[in-house]
Design a protein around this ligand. Structure first.
Ligand code: MN
Length: 339
């Protein structure tokens, strides 16, 4: 049975909830039961690991908690999340979104829930769509927000090795195995505690970051062997055709973050990956660059955009038509911006 919510954290003027303190959020969770957790579209290790950890720890203190089935969950993360999947007939009293900045990021199955009772997040862009929000924008991962919240709620004793493993997956994937700019002392501190609580860091790092599928290795081989290096080697342009993915037997899981490869080569300041779309729909282009080259500016030339370090666009042109155009824009822009 649903409790009466007074929504004291809800600003009626704007419809936007204020941020809860950690103590308030822990108390809120302790007073409630029959919870359904929502993960975001194209679910990553952070949203799935955070949801699995919350579900596991809250079940551990006697609550009924499920996670909505997210059809885009890749096989890599299925083992940590599937035991929490909600059965068809589960009727939740409270809905909690995890690591999800806006409602637009909800999977279709979650769109039916008009009222979201709580959002636990770390994105500065969180729109406060939920009745209550616990968002820590300075954290590199939602996993860190959840870890701190759970220890506030029940102490480290409620973090089992399984929960620690889910949280380690969350923190390590959102920090690129503790290598991205967002990696700070809190990320390391959280990982240290999770390791002490039973997360096997070496095994998880190997599975998540130091191994690849055979199909991924095949597609990388093709991509590297055909890569072009215009602008005196300061740019790298890779092409991925449908024929290549078919020959490699690669699926979307195998293609994850493949756009990072061209810019990872020494001397390359900007990496471009041009991917052929299905059904003659043209091409999808991803640009990644080092400081000093603006990916957004390159993509803006083709009607796309993004950030300085990562941007993209789609084009009706075929891969073969598009590559020379991209190279000519790179020639023009890198001539100006390269040191
Ligand atoms: Mn995240």
């Amino acid at each position: 049975m649903a409790m009466q919510d007074k929504d004291k954290n809800n600003d009626k003027q704007t419809g936007q909830s204020q941020n809860m303190t950690e103590q308030e959020c822990a108390a809120w969770l302790l007073q409630r039961d029959n919870l359904l957790l929502i993960t975001h579209r194209r679910p990553d290790g952070d949203t799935l690991g955070s949801a699995a950890a919350l579900a596991g720890a809250l079940r551990g203190i006697g609550k009924t908690v499920f996670v909505i089935k997210n059809p885009e969950t890749t096989p890599r993360y299925m083992p940590i999340i599937e035991k929490f999947h909600a059965p068809e007939d589960f009727t939740p009293d409270y809905i909690i979104a995890v690591d999800t900045a806006t409602r637009d990021l909800f999977p279709d199955a979650a769109k039916a829930y008009e009222k979201i009772d709580l959002a636990i997040d770390h994105h500065p862009s969180n729109t406060h769509y939920a009745e209550n929000t616990r968002c820590e924008p300075e954290r590199a991962s939602c996993g860190e927000v959840v870890f701190s919240l759970l220890t506030q709620l029940g102490g480290e004793k409620i973090i089992t090795p399984e929960t620690a493993t889910a949280l380690y997956i969350a923190v390590s994937t959102d920090t690129g195995c503790f290598s991205y700019e967002n990696t700070d002392s809190n990320a390391f501190h959280t990982a240290a505690r999770l390791t002490a609580l039973g997360a096997d860091a070496a095994r998880l790092n190997r599975v998540l970051f130091r191994s690849k599928t055979r199909a991924r290795a095949e597609i990388e081989g093709m991509l590297y062997s055909d890569m072009r290096f215009p602008c005196n080697g300061q740019a790298a342009v890779a092409v991925i055709t449908l024929d290549m993915t078919t020959r490699a037997g690669a699926d979307e899981d195998d293609m994850e973050n493949i756009a990072a490869l061209p810019a990872s080569i020494e001397g390359v300041l900007v990496g471009v990956t041009v991917r052929e779309l299905r059904d003659n729909r043209g091409s999808k282009v991803s640009v990644r660059s080092l400081p000093g080259v603006d990916s957004n500016k390159i993509c803006a030339r083709f009607g796309g955009g993004g950030h300085a370090a990562a941007a993209g666009f789609t084009s009706k042109l075929s891969v073969n038509e598009l590559v020379p155009q991209v190279i000519s824009v790179l020639d023009e822009l890198l001539g100006v911006t390269a040191p």
